[in-house]
Design a protein around this ligand. Structure first.
Ligand code: 5GP
Ligand code: MG
Ligand code: MG
Length: 183
């Protein structure tokens, strides 16, 4: 990827690297306080949450287990199908664990609504949600967001783990894509 290509597709930078870093530290501090004495297990949703997960985990100062799930929701398009399918399940047992789902972004809420129910039914002690970004305008399923980084407007964003057609996950900031790129 070179700079010319990135500038061609980006409309504007919504959140800088510094803003994200400060927010992630704040979330980590809050989670550290809230989960003292508990059995915290972070469950990252692949692949979008990978970079957020890495930074968040480092800012949590109590023992944590880390695991990942992959679910299908978007494919290469930018609209939700509403169909949630588990592509990669957890490696660890979730019995008696206090699960914190780590997500990149909540849009319709369909993915997290399904996953929260699914993990509760499988015997987790508690299931909460931590999302870096929240796009409330397009919500279809109500999900309780326990830890939220930023509320953003209804724009398709990339960077800091979030992709468009598997590209741009490595951008260190969150940027809105030009509409002509995905429409
Ligand atoms: P939901 O089920 O809440 O509609 O879907 C959430 C998932 O859709 C996110 O985890 C993310 O993978 C994808 N998604 C939703 N909005 C955006 C966006 O603006 N940019 C990117 N790259 N992915 C998005
Ligand atoms: Mg995601
Ligand atoms: Mg994606």
């Amino acid at each position: 990827m070179n700079e010319v290509i990135v500038e061609d597709i980006i409309k504007d930078i919504l959140l800088t690297e510094e803003e994200i870093e400060a927010k992630v530290k704040e979330l980590g501090k809050q989670i550290t306080e809230d989960y003292k004495g508990k059995n915290l297990m972070l469950v990252g949703i692949l692949k979008g949450a990978v970079i957020f997960m890495a930074d968040l985990a480092k800012s949590i100062k109590i023992p944590v287990l880390i695991d990942f799930m992959a679910v299908s929701s978007y494919g290469n398009s930018s609209t939700s199908t509403g169909i949630v399918r588990i592509i990669k399940d957890l490696d660890c047992s979730i019995e008696d664990k206090d699960i914190l789902i780590v997500e990149d972004i909540i849009d319709t809420g369909l993915t997290l609504s399904y996953l929260t129910d699914n993990l509760k039914k499988r015997g987790a002690k508690s299931v909460k949600i931590c999302t870096l970004l929240d796009k409330p305008d397009r919500r279809k399923a109500e999900v309780p967001v326990d830890y939220r980084g930023f509320i953003i407007p209804d724009e398709f964003v990339v960077g800091y783990g979030l992709d468009y057609a598997e590209q741009y996950r490595n951008l260190p900031y969150i940027a809105a894509l030009k509409e002509e790129v995905y429409s």
